[in-house]
Write a new protein. Structure first.
Length: 452
């Protein structure tokens, strides 16, 4: 059926060779186009009232009229014309449409049916995207024209020859915005804005919309997942009750939060946390939001074992001359945390002079200690005994060279730290001040891993 057939609730005949409609009588063709009779004959062009098909003033986009710039209907709604009650298109509240189209075709029977919906003005003398859209909220019929109550939806002031396309279904603001969106002539992605306008985005603009350019910096313990964010800092963690604000939460958003609760927090429903919590110390928790029932939380704290070997090696020689002051090697040291437990091994190749010799100590944070077992060799001279120790060195371990003393050391340590963080180091110097060089060679290294 044609567009208004059901609304009329009357039988609609189909045009045939043996039936010619009278003027004002509705009928349809085999393609379901709706028409109104105009004393047609079998050879005459038909006049469609749904804006599609043949007819002299019914075009492919609607009814053919000329826009008149006058704002009063007496002048602007002359036969074949339509006008608005305001010269500013966005301020128009009335549209006046003559009962006669541009070719003197009568559209009275059709326009009597249009009491609400949408009218789209297509400009015949411009490109296809030149349209103006009004919502229709009411209609009054006068002797020579129809007065439509309209609300501006989009587009510019019409000009010249136009098609008027009437639809009985009112467009929303978004629908109107889509109908007047210019042809992009390239791949674009529509975005519906908060004010119900529509913007055609490039791929880069779409990516920028979907992925924030920066990470939000926030404080507190009420976590939101609307954008990627970092809560608090390492120097100012939060110990507040952890809560969730899932307003506008987006699947896949990642949030990092710094906490220092005295015990593991009571995580809100939906959070699954893994990892070891460091009581009353810094904890870094990485959350990933999937949905309200699936939020993963990965805890990274000072209590989490490293559980793999880390190697630190010397990239260049370190040489000391004319000094007996013990100083930590600049490269061979291991940073340890309070109450941490470690395995570590120093593997060193060195050299000294017969006059200078070499001494060293293994040192670490106060209060800690453990098990230290060395293995010493020297090419010419006397190496110290390979005696195990149960604490950091309080006295010097000395290599006595009798020539150019090439030295190797392999020192295995099992360190149990106390409450003080710091470095486990090898401190070394000449045993006797000498102008010759005492050197720790490049390639020497220390490897370690954290047990707990």
């Amino acid at each position: 059926m044609g567009l208004y057939a059901n609304r009329l609730q009357v039988p609609i005949k189909e045009l045939s060779a043996d039936w010619i409609p009278e003027e004002g009588e509705l009928f349809q063709d085999s393609s379901d186009n709706l028409y109104m009779g105009d004393n047609v004959t079998a050879s005459n062009a038909l006049t469609p009232i749904n804006g599609w098909g043949g007819g002299s003033s019914g075009g492919s986009a609607g009814l053919q009229y000329v826009f008149n710039t006058a704002t009063d209907p007496a002048t602007g709604a002359q036969p074949g014309c339509f006008c608005l009650n305001n010269a500013t298109v966005g301020s128009a509240t009335k549209m006046y449409v003559s009962k006669l189209g541009n070719d003197s075709e009568s559209w009275e029977g059709f326009l009597e049916l249009v009491t609400s919906g949408v009218v789209t003005v297509y400009w015949m003398n411009l490109s296809a995207q030149a349209v103006t859209v009004f919502a229709i909220t009411g209609m009054v019929e006068t002797l020579n024209y129809f007065e439509f109550d309209v609300t501006y939806e989009g587009g510019q002031l019409p000009t010249g020859n136009c098609y008027l396309g009437f639809s009985p279904v009112a467009l929303t603001n978004v629908g109107s915005a889509f109908s007047s969106l210019p042809n992009p002539s390239a791949v674009r992605y529509p975005r519906i804005n908060a004010d119900n306008t529509v913007t055609a985005l490039t791929a880069a603009q779409l990516a920028s919309d979907l992925v924030p350019a920066t990470v939000a910096i926030r404080t507190g313990s009420a976590l939101a997942f609307d954008v990627p964010a970092v809560y608090n800092t390492a120097t100012a963690p939060s110990s507040g009750t952890v809560t969730l604000d899932l307003t506008g939460a987006v699947a896949g958003v990642e949030v990092v939060a710094y906490f220092n609760h005295g015990t593991v927090p009571s995580w809100p429903s939906g959070i699954t946390a893994v990892g070891q919590w460091n009581n009353a110390a810094l904890n870094i928790v990485r959350f990933i939001f999937i949905d309200a029932s699936n939020i993963s939380a990965s805890i990274n704290s000072a209590n989490v074992p490293v559980e793999k070997w880390t190697t630190v090696s010397k990239a260049a020689n370190t040489t000391r001359t004319g000094t007996t002051s013990l100083v930590a090697d600049p490269d061979l040291k291991v940073p340890i945390v309070a109450s941490g437990n470690y395995w570590m091994k120093f593997v060193i190749m060195a050299a000294t002079t017969a006059a200078g010799d070499l001494k060293y100590r293994i040192t670490g944070p106060a209060g800690g200690g453990g098990f230290i077992k060395p293995l010493h060799t020297i090419a010419t001279g006397t190496a110290p005994a390979d005696t195990a120790r149960s604490a950091y060195d309080a006295s010097d371990i000395v290599f006595a060279a009798t020539g150019t003393g090439l030295i190797t050391m392999e020192i295995t340590c099992r360190i149990n730290n106390s409450t003080n963080a710091g470095d486990v180091s090898i401190e070394w110097a000449q045993n006797t001040s000498d102008a010759g060089n005492t050197t720790f060679f490049s390639g020497s290294y220390v490897e370690y891993f954290r047990i707990s």
